[in-house]
Design a protein around this ligand. Structure first.
Ligand code: FBP
Length: 326
């Protein structure tokens, strides 16, 4: 019989190789358990009537989905039970979530259900997470950390069961679910250099609301590449990691209804943009905001800060970054 390397064996080797502790394994086990539990609820959501609205709005002023509440409850349960988390910042909670503030080691930034417009249809959504470490050498200097301070970041694409994890200075790895629902067979992900598979991914409906220079750049480039858009960052970025290209959620600055403009971008910095930027960086790619500033360098000022996002193959991101820097 053929046995694949398990995730736990992979992460144990990583920790031992870098003389690190087992605490990270326990945290990762909690994240994997949460994602699997959410996947179960999502897979049975249509039958159980959990794919609809919950009635009420979240911190972003958006309608809360029943799945958002379920995923938040599940995530908080597993992270708190791990005993390894100091605080968590979640898309579904306005305030920071205190956990093991004295004995915890990690700060966790999480989007339990990313891609909410896909939820009512049971289409792909994401479970996104970023991890930073307590400042062990001095006073805890706060939990608003830039992406470059993350020690790990990853995503589960639900309900496909794919799991991708990036570890600081150790690459981005994709794992496969086996017949026991365990994650095995780590494959190192590097964005393909050959542009023949590259893709463009953005919400075409917003194109005319992007900055003129961005519209011009897209018009010049797009004919060379395939266009794909799933409407969930996790799903679209999952493709970009495999095929290369660029995912963009630019600032909305020319909307015919000015109240719909989003000059600061739509996606959230700490648990959406910085997560995919970290994974992309470890896979040889790059990510910038609307001013061409590297996403990983941005120092957050608030938990649910938004940003525009251009992430993917370095040559494309560098090219649009030059335009954005003006
Ligand atoms: P949510 O976390 O609220 O779902 O918002 C993020 C997101 O759904 C991303 O996953 C996706 O890339 C984007 O917003 C889709 O936005 P739009 O529907 O405007 O294209």
């Amino acid at each position: 019989m053929r046995f694949e390397q398990t995730f736990m064996d992979f992460i144990l080797q990583h920790q031992e190789k870098h003389n690190r502790t087992y605490h990270f394994l326990i945290l990762m086990d909690a994240l994997i358990s949460a994602a699997k539990h959410i996947q179960h609820y999502y897979l049975t959501g249509a039958l159980r009537g959990n794919l609809g609205l919950a009635g009420g709005v979240n911190v972003q002023g958006e309608d809360t989905m029943r799945m958002d509440q379920i995923a938040e409850e599940i995530t908080i349960h597993y992270l708190r039970s791990s005993g390894r988390v100091i605080h968590a910042i979640s898309e579904e909670s306005e305030e920071i979530i205190p956990m093991n503030t004295e004995g915890g080691r990690y700060l966790v930034y999480i989007d339990p259900v990313d891609g909410s417009s896909n939820v009512p249809h049971g289409l792909p959504v994401g479970f996104l997470f970023g991890i930073a470490k307590r400042n062990l050498d001095g006073p805890e200097d706060g939990h608003l950390r830039p992406g470059k301070d993350y020690i790990g970041a990853g995503m589960f694409v639900i309900p496909t069961g794919t799991f991708t994890l990036a570890l600081k200075d150790s690459g981005t790895w994709r794992f496969h679910m086996d017949e026991t629902m365990s994650f095995v067979k780590p494959i190192r992900m590097m964005l393909p250099e050959d542009s023949k598979t590259w893709e463009f991914s953005f919400n075409e409906a917003n194109r005319c609301s992007f900055a003129e220079a961005v519209q011009t750049w897209i018009a010049q480039k797009e004919r060379k590449y395939t266009f794909r858009y799933l409407g969930s960052l996790a799903g679209d970025f999952h493709r970009i990691l495999s095929n290369g290209g660029i995912f963009m959620y630019p600032a909305i600055v020319n909307h015919p209804r000015p109240e719909k403009n989003r000059p600061q971008g739509k996606l959230r910095l700490m648990y959406e943009a910085a997560v995919v930027a970290f994974m992309c960086h470890e896979a040889g790619g790059d990510a910038v905001d609307e001013a061409g500033i590297p996403i990983l360098e941005i120092q957050p000022k608030e938990y649910h800060q938004r940003t525009a996002l251009y992430v993917g193959s370095k040559p494309l991101v560098d090219d649009i970054a030059q335009i954005l820097r003006g």
